[in-house]
Ligand binder design. Sequence first.
Ligand SMILES: [Zn+2]
Length: 700
Amino acid sequence: MKSRWSNADATAAIARWGPTVGDDLALRAYTSRLLGAEDGLVLHGGGNTSVKGSFVNRLGDHLDAMWVKASGQDLATIEPAGFAGVDLAYLRRLRALPALDDEAMANEMRAHLLDARGGTPSLETLVHAFLPEKYVDHTHADAVLTLTNQVGGERIVRDALGDDVIALPYVRPGFPLARAVADAYEAHPGSRGMVWMRHGLMTWGPDARAAYETTLEIVTRAEDFVRRRRGKAPAAPRALAKTVLARVRAVAPVLRGALATPSGDADRPHRRTVVVPLVTPEALAFVNGARGRELAHTPPLTSDHLIRTKALPLWIEPKAWDDPAALAAEIREAVRRYATEYEKYLGRHAGRAPAGVAKLDALPRVVLMPGLGALCAGPDLRAAIVARDITAHALAVKADIAAIGTYEGLPESELFDMEYHTFQHAKARRRDDVLTGEVAMVTGAAGAIGSGICRTLLEHGALVAAADLRGKPLDDLVAELAAGFGPRVIGVPIDVTSEAAVGEAFGTVAATWGGVDLVVVNAGVAHVAGLAELELDAFQRLARVNVEGALLTIAAAARHMRLQGTGGDIVLVSTKNVFAPGAKFGAYSATKAAAHQLARIASLELAEHDVRVNMVAPDAVFGDGARRSGLWAEVGPDRMRARGLDEAGLEDYYRNRNLLKARVTAEHVGRAVLFFATRQTPTTGATIPVDGGLPDATPR
Ligand SMILES: [Zn+2]
């Protein structure tokens, strides 16, 4: 592992942060980010770092102080403000206590913050406080865990890392670990670092660079040792077979359905999860390997992130890849068996559960399948990604250990205590937007209305697959939305007139997030011509997109939602013209009326599956700026000519003809979709007009 230290970057960090927080903390933030940049050292908020110094309070007193990573901060992106300053002199005195439980320890740390606005100091704060070293770095390096999680691990650590690295037997994180680390440090003067069995590595130094580069040096020794022992790892095949991807598409929705938990709300009975695949050559080699099953059932590498992954994965070896119904039954049965086992595990340790910590659901977070790889689940996208990345590293480390020794993890009682640790639960507390964990697909996404719907759904927490014809408008939309919503939006190319393309789009979303809960059928085209002049070709083109496209999308959504088994919502973007058609607008009005009728029929057919189908009927949405409405580009010129108006005049004309004198926007349409998507009322087969009030077009 190579040092990423750069004098220029260090100087830049001092220039950026030094004037406000001092050079020591500026460099602390800088090397913390270097550690965070290496996923072989820490993953997703793991690890912690500190620096000691002095603090002048408002009365002018000089205090011994320490700045330590605040809980919930990620080393990869941390800034000086992400460190909590604490009264070091006081915290050091805690070492004399015979015991201190986590709750009390957290209270002591918060009570001795130097700034009441600071974050909560890390659970490992006292470990940092009890060491006299100025800079202290703690990571969960893969290569170190490869040494520590073996039978005979302490001897292996000494063989691999030498005499200047202390090997500390496993001690529970919190006060007991802090005391054990300080004792071991004092018993081994001159040591350069300390390995904590089945946990990770701690290094220190008089300056930021020394502590950081000692971490890298020790990790490199561990890597070299593993490489020497293991020899050349067999190369995994690079190309993934098509069948593997087809399996992910088939399994993910069924699994996602089986992992939903009851919400207790009759209108929205399921709390859904996000399922992301880990389908890499390495993961496949692991699950397909002769010892895959046995290794998968060993305890996790560390107790960190247990709440994201649970202690054990679910292992499914399907007998029926080619029979979808039998495969689905096997998956559901396997999830039920896991839940039964998990309840038994809770039962075995019920007496040790801390008061006030809620029981987790009994469902797996990681599912391993030979012939597929892994599927990882969480209540939101971030949690699922954390589970996936931890799994990727865990599989790699376990495979290395299997090649050079015998895996040994933590005992079950220790895992239970850490899974039901108050700190862990505080970390995982879910940020609940109204659509968190829900997946939406919006067709015609790149248009004025479609983009407004995507934005509204994203603003309320949904994952959004923006589907439209392949090309620049879709790419631009996704780039624009991703700037605000990150990985919660993807672009999915779709031609709604092609049954294969529609199926492909659903497959893509299932292979990205596990499935789809909300389908907004919005793709549509318009054409202006009187019936006497209307060419059959033009009519048929509209029928293909507006009718056949709607049919194919609704049908695919229905099949998908039945497979998932957790209901769903379909919202068709209809039009005021269905109720009040306009002259020269026959092809559009008639084809949209057909689509509208299909949606109503879908509401009859799908209610038994808890799939609700509703319509929104906008009028005169012109769009804004770069995203003007395609429909109005088609219709506008004719209407302007007919009424002798310019573009602004036409917008005014439409505004003035509705009762509320309202300018109707894509955002309004998005809110109507949101009303249905959030199931505010027990309603299906209904239409919300979004038109400012047009009495002739009011559905009745
Ligand atoms: Zn740790």
